[in-house]
Design a protein around this ligand. Structure first.
Ligand SMILES: Cc1cc2nc3c(=O)[nH]c(=O)nc-3n(C[C@H](O)[C@H](O)[C@H](O)COP(=O)(O)OP(=O)(O)OC[C@H]3O[C@@H](n4cnc5c(N)ncnc54)[C@H](O)[C@@H]3O)c2cc1C
Length: 383
């Protein structure tokens, strides 16, 4: 393909306008790069998701938001403070992990769609060219990438995959996604109903026979309740049926007390993939994967958004270093992502081994020294 005078030329195309893509764009723009940021959902007001899972932001994210220059905008949003996490894990007693002594302050219960929009708009205001298209076909032509977005041909020196856990772009350029499990979230937004007058400002985790439950207040006064379990167990126990899901919630102690007793007929379940996965390699000549597209963690780790922001910043620095002639920068970035993912896998194993009350498949799988891999056919991000 010969370059045409009509091609749009830029330094970096970023596919995906979630937290990872926006953090990458903001950092690259500060380094003086020209950036096109494309996302069919984030860039299209008519297609924005009403709500998105992943709404608790750890205090440790604050310095990153400051560094990206968006802390003021985020703080003005409808988000509410999160004072810590409570859990009933390995026993029936509720234990507190309060952010009281965290040097970064408290966390946030996010209005996630609003948070993502804030970052995306900040990147566009800082100079990112905005497009509302999916990146599908990409071609390496000598030392640059050529891709079609709608009817437009874009030529860029670097390509960043920020498309989430499917890592569709990285897979197109030859990387492989390795999935470690088939974790699924069955989530519902519950109206205030009979919930306590003063909503608790903590997130809550409670283990159960086929997985674990999570509850958290949302900034609009509703609460989120979700069951995390494995895809095969959802099918086996028909947990996707609201009646069964509700019965499971009613069998909990702490989550049940937290969400009150809204009308079960109101339950509209959303089923979302939440598997642990990583992309190998997470970067190569002229490209990098960031956020979930690089390393996707079990929500029990509560680190997804933080890692999305951090990998976005680090990958942008590696791209800048590569452009300045440091040909090892992207390789070192890929090694760092792998190290982060490996450390996370150790932490996840320790966490699940701390719960030994259930001898069901969900827990046995996670307690065994080499966890049962479930990367055969069936759901998995992007699978
Ligand atoms: C059930 C659940 C609960 C979670 N809870 C938490 C939590 O409490 N706290 C926390 O920190 N993390 C949590 N997470 C993780 C968190 O949501 C993710 O880590 C985070 O969204 C990753 O951000 P990202 O920008 O990498 O990807 P995403 O947020 O997935 O954004 C990817 C973007 O790419 C776009 N896109 C997709 N394909 C293409 C394409 N081909 N071309 C262009 N654009 C494309 C999509 O439209 C989307 O906007 C949770 C995850 C799950 C599943």
């Amino acid at each position: 393909m010969t370059p045409s005078a009509d091609d749009t030329v830029c330094d970096v195309v970023i596919a995906g306008g979630g937290p990872a893509g926006s953090a990458t764009a903001l950092t690259l723009l500060r380094q003086g790069a020209s950036v096109v940021l494309t996302d069919p959902v984030a860039a299209d007001p008519g297609r924005r998701p009403e709500w998105k899972l992943g709404e608790s932001l750890a205090p440790r994210a604050r310095p990153l938001l400051e560094r990206l220059g968006v802390i003021g905008r985020v703080a003005r949003g409808p988000h509410t403070p999160c004072f810590g996490n409570q859990s009933s894990w390995g026993g029936t007693v509720l234990t507190d992990d309060a952010f009281l002594y965290d040097p970064h302050g408290v966390g946030w219960h996010l209005d996630r769609a609003h948070f993502d929009r804030t970052l995306f708009q900040a990147a566009c205001a800082a100079g990112a060219g905005r497009r509302a298209h999916s990146v599908r076909a990409v071609r390496r032509v000598r030392d640059h990438w050529r891709l079609m977005l709608g009817g437009e041909t874009i030529r860029a020196r670097y390509l960043v995959d920020a498309t989430g856990a499917g890592a569709g772009v990285a897979r197109r350029v030859g990387a492989a996604v390795q999935r470690e499990d088939r974790l699924i979230a069955l989530a519902a937004r519950l109206p205030p109903g009979g919930a306590p007058q003063q909503p608790s400002r903590t997130s809550l985790v409670e283990s159960a026979a086929h997985g674990w439950w999570y509850a958290a207040p949302l900034p609009d006064g509703t609460s989120l309740a979700m069951l995390m379990t494995d895809a095969d167990l959802v099918a086996e126990h028909a947990l996707h049926r609201p009646r069964n899901w509700w019965a499971g919630l009613m069998a909990t102690t702490h989550v049940r007390a937290r969400v009150g007793h809204p009308d079960p007929a109101m339950v509209r379940l959303r089923i979302v993939r939440a598997a642990t996965a990583h992309t190998l390699p997470a970067a190569g000549p002229g490209w990098a994967a960031v956020g979930d597209a690089a390393t996707a963690a079990d929500p029990i780790a509560g680190r997804g958004i933080l890692t999305a922001l951090a990998t976005g910043v680090t990958a942008a620095q590696a791209v800048g270093a590569d452009a300045a002639g440091d040909r090892g920068a992207l390789g070192r970035y890929a090694e760092r992502v792998l190290a982060i993912h490996t450390e996370y896998l150790h932490a996840r194993a320790v966490c699940y081994r701390a719960e030994d009350r259930w001898n069901t498949r969900f827990w046995i799988r996670r307690r065994s020294p080499s966890p049962e891999r479930a990367d055969g056919p069936g759901p998995g991000p992007g699978g």
